[in-house]
Ligand binder design. Structure first.
Ligand code: 5AD
Ligand code: SF4
Ligand code: FES
Length: 341
């Protein structure tokens, strides 16, 4: 039996102790004690999509919609940069009003202000290959686009008709354009069983991702999935540990959703092989309006305050914060192979 299928069996048995021991060994080999920081900036909560699981879906009329103006974005980036952040993640709904030209302008300006010292990561959903190419040209380094679930039927259903195939094509576009590429999935979606979680993890491995974000699905009361059961965090922890064993070099964040489900959820993910934290540096006025799920933490705190808080939290689990921009290890290796060095 191969090493990986032995780990899969431990996942099926729910043996978190063994899995996390194995996962931490691999994490230390590749990243030492470091936990890398990424500043998350939620620039718009308008979305033309209607994903069944998401609190800012188009049909949720109770959301107060906002779109940050350019200067608010730059102000958040500047204060994050001064505090030492070297990656900025611009995340938003699929907001056609915030067009590609505007995003290119914003990316160019962030790169101008920070030199090339900071990496810019985008998370703006499915766009045309041409738009992705323009964003890359403007200087964007990385792109996050979770595939959400590896099951084609569940995917089309939960994403209101958008196919998994379309999502994967977008990921392929991104990769072929030279983006450091991130994807991932939620754990505990209705209709999901352990075998589907294993398929999610195998797909993440197959995609050779630089970054893989996973987190617990948390039912939002203003969505069609409001009555879905809350799957315990333990399932996400098992999945995190297995993911680390399947994808040793990927950057894996300890996600805010985990910290929202349990007060020390992020620390638990770190102890299962996660190596990234993403403090939310959005202006405090807009934070409560970007609620993909209920109970989201850090809504009243400034992102810079969170960095201090996170320092204490990682120290408590024997790790230390790193302000390195920490590029993807997978794409670096791919570049070397292509250059023949
Ligand atoms: N619970 C947890 N995560 C969610 N996301 C969207 N809605 C929810 C929810 N209700 C995740 C999706 C998306 C990411 C930005 O947030 O995976 O890709
Ligand atoms: Fe829009 Fe993303 Fe929410 Fe889907 S998950 S409705 S694409 S913000
Ligand atoms: Fe935001 Fe602790 S991480 S307050």
């Amino acid at each position: 039996m191969s090493e990986l299928s032995r780990w899969e069996d431990l996942f099926r048995e729910g043996n978190l102790k063994e899995l996390s021991l194995g996962a931490m060994k691999v994490t230390r080999e590749h990243f030492g004690n470091s936990v890398f920081l990424r500043g998350l900036l939620e620039y718009s909560n308008y979305c033309s999509c209607n994903c069944f699981y998401c609190g800012i879906r188009r049909d949720n009329g109770r959301v107060e919609r906002y779109r940050l103006d350019d200067d608010m974005i730059y102000a958040a980036v500047d204060s994050g940069f001064i505090r030492g952040l070297r990656t900025f993640v611009l995340q938003g709904g699929e907001d056609p009003e915030f067009g590609t030209d505007r995003m290119c302008r914003v990316v160019r300006e962030i790169k101008r202000r920070t030199g090339d010292a900071a990496a810019v990561t985008l998370s703006c959903g499915i766009l045309s290959r041409e738009s992705y190419a323009a964003l890359k040209d403007a200087g964007a380094d990385r792109y996050l686009l979770r595939f959400e679930t590896a099951d084609t039927e569940l995917h089309s259903y939960l994403r209101d008709g958008v196919s998994l195939e379309r999502r994967l094509k977008a990921l392929e576009d991104l990769r072929s354009l030279g983006f450091q590429t991130g994807s991932g999935f939620m754990v505990g979606l209705p209709g999901e069983d352990d075998e589907l979680i294993l398929r999610n993890i195998r797909l993440a491995r197959k995609l050779e991702l630089d970054m893989i974000g996973i987190g617990p699905f948390i039912p939002h009361p203003a969505t069609p999935l409001r009555d879905a059961p809350q799957v315990p965090l333990e399932k996400t922890l098992l999945a995190t540990a297995l993911l680390r064993l399947f994808c040793p070099r990927a950057h894996i964040p300890a996600t805010t959703a985990a910290g929202s489900l349990e007060p020390d959820g992020r620390e638990k993910m770190l102890s299962c092989g996660a190596n990234v934290l993403m403090p939310n540096i959005s202006p405090v006025e807009v934070k409560p309006h970007y609620l993909l799920y209920p109970g989201k933490i850090c809504l009243d705190e400034d992102g810079l305050h969170c960095i201090g808080c996170l320092g204490g939290r990682v120290a408590a689990v024997g790790r230390k914060l790193s302000f390195d921009r920490a590029d993807g290890l997978i794409c670096k290796r791919r570049d070397r192979v292509e250059a023949g060095t």
